[in-house]
Design a protein around this ligand. Structure first.
Ligand code: MN
Length: 238
């Protein structure tokens, strides 16, 4: 049986020595367990090479990582910004445009949801705790799979159907959040403090799910996390 090929975006690590493209293995493990085959997208691709690569895939997985450049949504940088890569931003925004044009299934996780939102004209909260001093801890958890806070999913949303649940506990490793949703996106779930934790696009025929948590680290023991990856891969198999 043919398994769908999924474009998986990668992080840029800048430090001593050469810049590196890298990805946490948990994305690849969770995708593989759901039956998807990853094709890694390095941020250093030329636009032509990127387009050729995307022509081959059946779906787009936007992974977590550093902050999106606030210049892309018309703001000046907050001092808390971390890990901004203009190269990664550019490649991922091009991936979103391609996937929207071709109706490719999209699964967007953490930074992935944020860059999707910015690509569609939305804004971000640059630092949750500066903007909302009473917010819950969203960059927390000893272990990567540790539940940190609750999320209430809108029972009328497509996401509630996909997850098979409306009230779940999730891990949380973000200091930024969605501000204004981008064009066509609607809020599908929030944390108890009001931080937006999930977006979807009701008018879109193809699969699109975006969450602020990290289901890739929760698939070993959380049914809702496995269901999210399974639904995405099933849509890509189409
Ligand atoms: Mn959170």
């Amino acid at each position: 049986m043919d398994q769908p090929l999924i474009a998986v975006t990668t992080s840029v690590a800048v430090g001593r020595g050469p810049e590196r493209a890298m990805v946490n293995a948990s994305y690849l493990t969770a995708l593989g367990a759901a039956g998807g085959v990853p094709l890694l997208i390095p941020p250093q691709l030329s636009p032509g090479a990127l387009e050729q690569l995307l022509e081959a895939v059946d779906g787009l997985l936007l992974t977590g990582g550093g902050d999106v450049s606030p210049a892309l949504y018309g703001e000046s940088p907050d001092p808390t910004l971390v890990g901004v890569s203009e190269a990664r931003d550019a490649v991922e925004i091009a991936c979103v445009r391609f996937a929207m044009d071709r109706d490719l299934p999209i699964l967007a996780l953490c930074r992935g949801m944020q860059v999707l939102n910015v690509a569609l004209g939305g804004t971000l909260v640059q630092d949750i705790h500066s903007a909302m001093p009473d917010a819950l801890a969203h960059a927390a958890g000893e272990a990567r799979d540790e539940p940190v806070h609750a999320v209430h999913v809108d029972p009328a949303s497509g996401l509630a159907r996909l997850l098979g649940a409306t009230d779940i506990d999730v891990n949380s490793r973000h200091h930024q959040a969605i501000g204004t949703p981008g064009e066509g996106l609607v809020v599908a779930g929030c944390a108890p403090d009001g931080v937006i934790e999930a977006l979807e696009m009701p008018g879109r025929a193809a699969f699109l799910a975006a969450v602020e948590w990290h289901p890739e680290d929760m698939t070993p023991h959380a049914d809702h996390a496995r269901r999210l990856f399974s639904a995405f891969v099933a849509a890509a198999r189409g």
